[in-house]
Design a protein around this ligand. Structure first.
Ligand code: GDP
Ligand code: IMO
Ligand code: MG
Length: 422
């Protein structure tokens, strides 16, 4: 038995939440392995829409166990808001269905303050962080200065917390930044009390035992996307975790040989929230049309997402970094009604045609496009591939040929049901 991984191949928001929810009936365990509440994973079913930030997207299916793996940075205050909302809205017994890795790191209130202070200091060069404390929390993890979920039960937890907080306040005193630590701490400690009701696990042992016993199918749910990866994304405009498939190994405690299918998900076009280079970004009415039809506003921050055409150079790069074995294309319906659809097949860098994703994409002069004829059908009601307009089939076939990977799922709407498995 191996762990299948589903992860984003662009700048996040590819529709991971929706598709994990669709795939969950085939699995027994869904695991998050990196990131934190910077993620916003939307699901729609039975006319209800819900956005998850820390809780894995298998939570709405009865039999699935949902694990928050050791690679995640967890803010107890945000976790509590999420849990309370799910209990109220759906009456799900979350404490039985979510297990927490002891080695997952905690985001402290002062991490959020540091995130805000450091972003403000950057002025025009800001990363466009979701301000959830992600960067400072991973900084402390790598700096060997962090609190982990397993520490919550230790008798000296408060002492450790206060020591880290003291260090953060020293740093914060260098910034001119307003904050209300008292109210942040109140919510945080309420969150800590809630966490104690959940099962703490040694994720690496539990998952490896599932694999050895062979009775549980596991799907790892990525957050963010490959182009936001700390090493291979558009640095420094990235997040602070390993979003590519390698992160699933360290983020759950499994060996690379234990990875099964790698399901790479991408939108039929591209979006990005926050700052940083975006070679196929559209500033014209087509960009606005994608934003309006695709409802491209951040699930976590509500910010308008920057929109542009599909970027095959970036997609091939992400396929390679992750060893993608199956592709999933979402939001194909958003392209309904465009006369022409464009797809970047190369970059023109100072007059030279480049097909390998370059070190510096900020200096890309222009994306080189191949044009496709659009389709005029409403594909959102389509139930089978046989009903695809020929233009959509051609678009799909081209991407499959160029990446060398089959597109196994085409998503044509936000609802669970609007999914075509090929
Ligand atoms: P995630 O972060 O990858 O889970 O993606 P988000 O949930 O942040 O953003 C994806 C958005 O697109 C959400 O609003 C989804 O409800 C919506 N969505 C997902 N798949 C489709 C699709 O095939 N068509 C349309 N129109 N919307 C979709
Ligand atoms: P999901 O899982 C899209 C972006 C932020 C910012 C940069 C760094 O929903 O796809 P951070 O808060 O991590 O310090 O922000 O990364 N970002 C995302 N963009 N989807 C996400 O998650 C994101 N998580 C972070 O906008 O540009
Ligand atoms: Mg999202």
């Amino acid at each position: 038995m191996k762990v299948d991984v589903l992860l984003g191949l662009q700048w996040g928001d590819e529709g991971k939440g929706k598709v994990v929810d669709v795939l969950t009936p085939d699995y027994n365990v869904i695991t998050r392995f990196q990131g934190g509440a910077n993620a916003g994973h939307s699901l729609e079913f039975n006319g209800q829409k819900h956005v998850l930030h820390l809780i894995p997207s298998g939570i709405f299916h009865d039999k699935a166990i949902n694990i928050i793996g050791n690679g995640v940075v967890l803010d107890p205050a945000i976790f509590k808001i999420e849990v309370d909302e799910i209990v109220t809205k759906f009456n799900i017994k979350v404490s039985e269905k979510i297990h927490l890795a002891k080695k997952a790191n905690l985001i402290l209130p002062t991490h959020r303050m540091l995130d805000g202070a450091m972003e403000a200091e950057k002025g025009d060069h800001k990363i466009g962080s979701t301000l959830k404390g992600i960067g400072p929390a991973y900084t402390d993890k790598i700096g060997r200065n962090a609190l982990r979920i397993g520490d919550i039960l230790a008798p000296n937890f408060l002492e450790k917390y206060n020591a880290i907080k003291k260090g953060h306040l020293k740093t914060l005193s260098l910034y001119n930044f307003e904050f209300d630590l008292e109210s942040l701490e109140k919510e945080w400690f309420e969150g800590i009390e809630l966490l104690k009701k959940f099962k703490f696990i040694e994720c690496e042992h539990v998952i490896n035992k599932y694999l050895t016993d062979g009775d549980k199918k596991i799907l790892a749910e990525g957050a963010q996307g490959s182009l936001l990866d700390i090493d291979y994304g558009s640095y420094p405009f990235v997040t602070s975790s390993t979003t590519i498939c390698a992160g699933a190994c360290t983020g759950m405690g499994i060996a690379p040989s234990k990875i099964g299918e790698v399901k790479g998900i991408f939108k039929a076009y591209c979006t990005r929230v926050g700052s940083g280079p975006f070679p196929t970004e559209l500033f014209d009415e087509n960009g606005q049309k994608l934003r309006d039809i695709g409802n491209e506003y951040g699930s976590t921050t509500g910010r308008p997402r920057r929109c542009g055409w599909m970027d095959l150079v970036a997609l091939k790069y992400a396929v390679q970094l992750n060893g993608v074995t199956e592709l999933i294309m979402t939001k194909a319906d958003v392209l309904d009604g465009f006369d022409t659809i464009k797809l970047a097949v190369a970059y023109n860098v100072n007059g030279e045609l480049v097909e390998d994703f370059p070190y510096d994409i900020e200096n890309i002069v222009e994306a080189v496009y191949k044009e496709f004829k659009g389709w005029k059908t409403d594909i959102s009601k389509i139930k089978a591939e046989s009903e695809f307009p020929v233009e959509l089939s051609e678009y799909i076939a081209f991407i499959e040929k160029e990446t060398g990977v089959p597109i196994k799922i085409v998503s044509v709407g936000p609802d669970r049901e609007a999914t075509i498995i090929r």
